[in-house]
Design a protein around this ligand. Structure first.
Ligand SMILES: CC(C)[C@H](C(=O)O)[C@@H](O)C(=O)O
Ligand code: SF4
Length: 772
């Protein structure tokens, strides 16, 4: 039975509590998931897993799929089929695979020919698929965006995507409660993007590790929903599992008339609003971490380095290693300056820019485009700007902007007006930076190579990117034009856009939804292409490669060009690609540790810096490590999603928070001797048996690793509890049953008969009953 958490509770506690299907004494929780967004990059292997085990999607009515990462943003006027439209073979394969999967598994899909297609985190809120008090997941780290509605929304890896598709639940644990309170009124020229960049500068990219952040305070309350989404979007860059804002009248007004929200003024709407109004932290709620920020301290903010915490006010200068106390930070600064081609002390406004990108799930909503358009209206981009792109977040954002004439403002100024998609935020499509090019970007990550190998990214708000385009340098928007309050903050009251009418009825949905009239038959349970079997993990002995770098992100572990596979295997050669090989060739870089003896044969990585595996949710990172031969990582701390993903692949990430112990292990690794990991006794030893350090591991995870257990099989054994939760859910929160997605042949929430047969991860059926 769920343990009852007594008031006072935080908003997070309340939403979490309402979704507990089952809670174990050790704190492991089976959590019900209300909304599942799916895109082409992180789903193929999950659907393949379902096929191999002959499983169905449990709740097609709560699942919404689109293509966003790989697609070209060029004109779709000549679009006939996805197959013919996408030139690049791997990108095409991923998109076509998603199309096959949504047909085979009978899911709602917004494809390239649908105006509602767009970046997954833009279309969920736009459709009213994202609702307050829900749990929302996606195989994508920026799922945190949806927390702006008071939803508990977080990114998951592909194994968890498969788990949610099959069971509509996830196995998880409670996170810590963190409060970030932003008080006061924002100064002119300061937007929600500046708030979140400033916050990350204060707390650091690992500041929210293990926590869910609630953003509150008068500055947050005055923001529009779109501005709140930009803030929650980047909670992941602050290391948090999720970000949340308590829903209020601004939230309810935004939801009115959205196609998948309850119909305004219906009994269901009233019941929903009544429930939503209770979704706020109690006055005396307890916080594990509290941060208070005064809006007066927030200026238009830009990043200078290769981590989202590397930020300064636009009036500042590029920092140098001497500005940091910590040795790890000094090294990180030197490395970032070298990569970014910057010299300490240079005024930020003297840095010339080559390209400008206004787009991404952080800042490609209509208010962002309106704000940027106000800055560029009547002006021309500077002559040194080689390319300036506006990439709307969805087809509906694009349509709305065109209806308001924003496209002409941008094109007259010299910007390109593109079709919706992720585009140059990560460059999985043809929109990339060339080596050495510098970009003013409204996206959320400035990692090395993020927008293209060797490309240099400066993060900023839409008005600041617009200003950079006009000036040709990083620029202070306040000097360019006095932006009106709504140009930067987003108007608190969001008007309903014209597009809302178009898709507001089931008939309209029926007309546009891509699901075929006769569902394609469910693929049978072949075992071809099954995920690599996980061996049991008890002890591991091998060489440990030492790495002294902080914040090693998953873009570095495996760059985006290798994410275009629909398989889990064969990624070892892509591991740390930009560091392991000379730029643009397959010639090894002799300085990189994994190219040296004996570390070519490493089974373990020892990283003395914090926050290993931060950033994207790509499970390709553990797949690449595993394929190279690395089964265990030892580090000071981890990005949450990466940490989870490793366990799902039979790997062991060990957290050693104590620096002295970590240094001891790293010294042994550097000596070139093997080390031993003993998971059963939770200890790391030298090859001669001398103890180096003990370590902690969650009981349930240890149990699964040692026995090689398949989470999905275990969860399916709890199917009766899941059904019980669904019955309660339909009774108490009837608007969650996905009635807006009544496709022709789907007349209500889907009833599922799941096979409750626990299996090991090698597919063996377990005879003894097992508890997850
Ligand atoms: C491709 C996907 C896994 C990834 C993410 O999880 O964030 C992407 O959206 C990104 O921004 O890097
Ligand atoms: S961060 Fe960029 S790549 Fe990732 S979902 Fe958002 S727009 Fe797409």
């Amino acid at each position: 039975m769920p343990a009852v958490v007594q008031p006072p509770q935080t908003l997070y506690d309340k939403v979490f509590q309402d979704h507990i299907v089952e809670e174990k004494a050790d704190g492991t929780v089976l959590l019900y998931i209300d909304r599942h967004l799916v895109h082409e990059v992180t789903s193929p292997q999950a659907f393949e897993g379902l096929r191999n085990a002959d499983r169905k999607v449990r709740r097609p009515d709560c699942t919404l799929a689109t293509v966003d990462h790989n697609i070209p943003t060029s004109s779709r006027k000549a679009l006939t089929t996805t197959e013919k439209f996408i030139d690049e073979v791997d990108s095409r394969t991923q998109c076509v695979t998603l199309e096959d999967n949504v047909k085979a598994f009978d899911l709602t899909y917004f494809g390239l020919d649908d105006k509602r297609q767009g970046i997954v985190h833009i279309i969920g809120p736009e459709q009213g698929f994202t609702l307050p008090g829900t749990t929302v997941v996606c195989g994508d780290s920026h799922t945190s965006t949806h927390g702006a509605f008071g939803a508990l929304a977080f990114g998951i890896g592909t194994s968890e995507v498969e788990h949610v598709l099959a069971t509509q639940t996830l196995i998880t644990r409670r996170s810590k409660n963190m409060k970030v309170q932003v008080n006061g009124e924002l100064a002119p020229g300061v937007s929600s993007k500046d708030i979140i960049l400033h916050v990350i500068g204060v707390i650091g990219t690992a500041g929210g590790t293990g926590a869910v952040i609630e953003f509150c305070g008068s500055a947050i309350r005055s923001l529009s929903m779109e501005a709140r989404m930009s803030i929650c979007n980047m909670s992941i860059e602050g290391g948090a599992r999720a970000g949340m804002v308590a829903p209020d009248q601004i939230t309810f007004d935004y939801l009115k008339g959205r196609p998948l929200a309850p119909k305004v003024d219906s009994p269901e709407w009233k019941k929903a609003v009544n429930y939503w109004q209770g979704l706020k932290s109690d006055d005396d709620a307890k916080w594990d971490i509290e941060v208070i920020i005064d809006s007066k301290d927030i200026a238009p903010t830009v990043s200078w380095g290769t981590s989202p915490q590397d930020v300064v006010p636009i009036t500042g200068v590029v920092p140098g290693p001497d500005d940091f106390q910590d040795e790890v930070k000094k090294d990180a600064c030197k490395r970032a300056l070298k990569y970014m081609g910057l010299t300490a002390g240079t005024p930020m406004q003297e840095i010339a820019v080559d390209k400008v990108f206004i787009g991404s799930c952080t800042n490609a909503r209509i208010e962002d485009l309106r704000a940027a358009a106000r800055v560029v209206d009547g002006k021309k981009i500077a002559s040194n700007i080689m390319r300036a792109m506006i990439v709307p977040g969805s087809g509906l954002v694009k349509q709305q902007a065109e209806a308001e004439g924003l496209d002409r403002i941008f094109t007259n100024a010299g910007f390109e007006w593109r079709e919706a998609g992720c585009s140059m935020c990560l460059g999985m499509n043809p929109d990339i930076l060339s080596p050495g090019e510098r970009c003013a970007s409204t996206s959320n990550r400035n990692f090395e190579g993020r927008q293209g190998a060797g490309g240099r990214t400066h993060l900023m708000s839409p008005v600041m990117a617009a200003a950079a385009a006009i000036v040709g340098n990083l620029a202070d928007v306040r000097k360019l034009a006095p932006p009106s309050a709504s140009a930067t903050k987003g108007s608190p009251k969001v008007e309903l856009d014209a597009h809302m009418e178009e898709v507001s009825s089931d008939e309209d949905l029926d007309r546009i939804i891509d699901a075929p009239a006769d569902p394609v038959s469910h693929p049978s349970g072949s075992t071809a292409g099954a995920p690599a079997a996980m061996a049991k993990f008890e002890t591991l002995r091998g060489y440990a490669a030492p790495m002294d770098i902080a914040n090693i992100d998953t873009d570095a572990i495996i760059p985006k060009q290798f994410l275009k596979t629909i398989k889990r295997s064969g990624l070892g050669s892509a591991l740390f690609h930009a560091w392991r090989f000379e730029a643009g060739s397959d010639k090894e870089n002799p300085d990189f540790i994994l190219n040296q003896e004996p570390y070519r044969n490493s089974k373990i990585l020892v990283c003395t810096g914090p926050n290993f595996g931060c950033g994207s949710s790509r499970e390709h990172a553990p797949w690449a490590l595993l394929d190279f031969g690395i089964k265990c990582i030892i580090a000071r701390s981890y990005g949450d999603i990466f940490f989870n993903n490793t366990f799902k692949n039979g790997m062991l990430p060990i957290e050693i928070p104590e620096q002295a112990a970590l240094d001891r292990i790293a010294a042994e690794a550097k000596s070139g001797n093997e080390i031993e990991i003993d998971l059963v006794n939770q200890v790391i030893r030298k090859a001669d048996g001398t103890e180096l350090a003990p370590f902690d591991v969650e009981e349930f995870r240890k149990h699964c690793l040692i026995n090689g257990l398949d989470d999905i099989g275990l969860t399916m054994a709890s199917v009766d509890k899941i059904e019980k939760h669904e019955t309660k859910r339909s009774r108490e929160w009837p608007w969650l049953d996905g009635s807006g997605f009544l496709a022709r042949h789907r007349k209500g929430p889907v009833k599922v008969q799941a096979a409750a047969v626990p299996k090991t991860n090698r597919g063996e059926v377990l005879n003894e009953p097992l508890e997850w």
